[in-house]
Design a protein. Structure first.
Length: 374
């Protein structure tokens, strides 16, 4: 286990205590079923909210005999992306999605893996490696969430990022001077390529591209469909820029989670492999392929990144590990190299585990290698 310094968790507030009491109520020994709120900062039309979470909630309702019943509140109605973890810890919702990149000061250990997207080529391997690291081998990762009054249970990996731009590109040289929307460490990659990194909420992507505030987006190709960018984008650069391995799919208010029965907590754990697989394969891998087909049909230029991109990305990777460690140390991570080494070893392990697997086999791997051990 990777050690973390011990600090008392923050007070969780009256909301958390009320949740725990409400969920834990019993009448004659029988648990009272209660609707639980899952709050998402993502738009209602995002595929995670539109297609994946409803199926997950149905599976969980069936597995728990109707006792764990989630209601989705999407579109940042309760809180935004920067407060999703802390607000859930305070009890404004029982569960949420999130990105550690928005709050690296709150989740410094966990965010190191998000920062290492440039070292991940296979989203299934990245997702498995991140879950193994966070849930089984990194006390600091789970500790980050505990300090916020939250229990981390699920995360997923995105497809390898592509570069989609409003202008015609023919080589890496054409990236110089372009304003590129980035997440996490990809901003440093863009700087190495000579571009200008721009950070903004996903909900602002379309208007920013329409107004010329950004020239490109470096992100999952499925965003072409999620945000309907086909009329604006002129060139897509296909290259293994990296896969974000640990976007948060289920962070649970700790008081609320611990108030559930052992059987219902087990039902959640048994249902989580299908949630991860649905996101990694159903949304991002399949979404990548579908977006590429539609882009070609729409007449968008597809540029396969070659040796020129190889050289730039190699330069970025050679120096970025030290930057990741230094940034984590600033936020109090005592041994950042241990997290880096553990995650890299797990990525190599999962690269082998997921070779040739289908969705059912991937779900079984997630259960056998991770969730069955919790």
């Amino acid at each position: 286990m990777l050690s973390i310094s011990q600090r008392k968790p923050p007070l969780r507030g009256m909301f958390g205590r009320v949740l725990a009491v409400a969920i834990g109520m019993t009448i004659a020994g029988q648990a009272v079923a209660k609707d639980l709120t899952y709050a998402s900062y993502l738009s209602p039309s995002h595929l995670m909210n539109k297609n994946v979470l409803p199926v997950f909630f149905d599976r969980l309702r069936e597995a728990s005999g109707g006792e764990v019943n989630f209601k989705l509140v999407a579109g940042a109605q309760l809180f935004d992306n920067k407060t999703s973890i802390s607000a859930t810890g305070e009890g404004l919702a029982e569960a949420t999605a999130g990105l550690s990149a928005y709050v690296p000061n709150q989740l410094p250990h966990f965010n190191m893996m998000f920062e290492m997207a440039g070292y991940v080529k296979n989203p299934k391997a990245g997702a498995g490696a991140a879950l193994q690291t966070a849930l089984l081998e990194c006390d600091g990762c789970t500790g980050d969430f505990k300090k916020q009054g939250v229990t981390i249970l699920g995360s997923y990996g995105t497809s390898s990022a592509a570069l989609f731009c409003t202008s015609d590109l023919s080589s890496a040289e054409d990236v110089k001077g372009l304003k590129i929307r980035v997440s996490g460490s990809s901003g440093r990659m863009v700087k190495v390529m000579g571009g200008t990194p721009v950070r903004m909420a996903p909900t602002d992507l379309v208007t920013s591209m329409e107004r010329g505030n950004i020239d490109c987006i470096l992100g999952p190709l499925s965003w072409m469909s999620s945000y309907n960018l086909y009329e604006m984008v002129k060139t897509i650069v296909l290259y293994p820029f990296g896969s974000f391995p640990n976007a948060i799919s289920l962070a649970f208010n700790t008081d609320a989670y611990e108030a559930l029965s052992d059987e219902n907590r087990q039902a959640i754990l048994k249902t989580l492999p299908s949630l991860t697989a649905d996101l990694v394969i159903g949304v991002y891998e399949n979404g990548h392929d579908a977006a590429l087909v539609k882009a070609k049909e729409s007449g968008i230029k597809i540029l396969e990144g070659g040796a020129d991109f190889d050289a730039l990305v190699a330069t970025y990777r050679a120096g970025d590990e030290a930057v990741i460690a230094a940034n984590a140390a600033k936020f109090g991570v005592e041994n950042p190299q241990a997290v880096i080494d553990t995650f890299k070893a797990n990525v190599a392990r999962w690269d082998e585990l997921v070779k040739g697997v289908d969705q059912a086999q991937f779900e079984k791997l997630l259960w056998d290698e991770i969730y069955s051990k919790l």
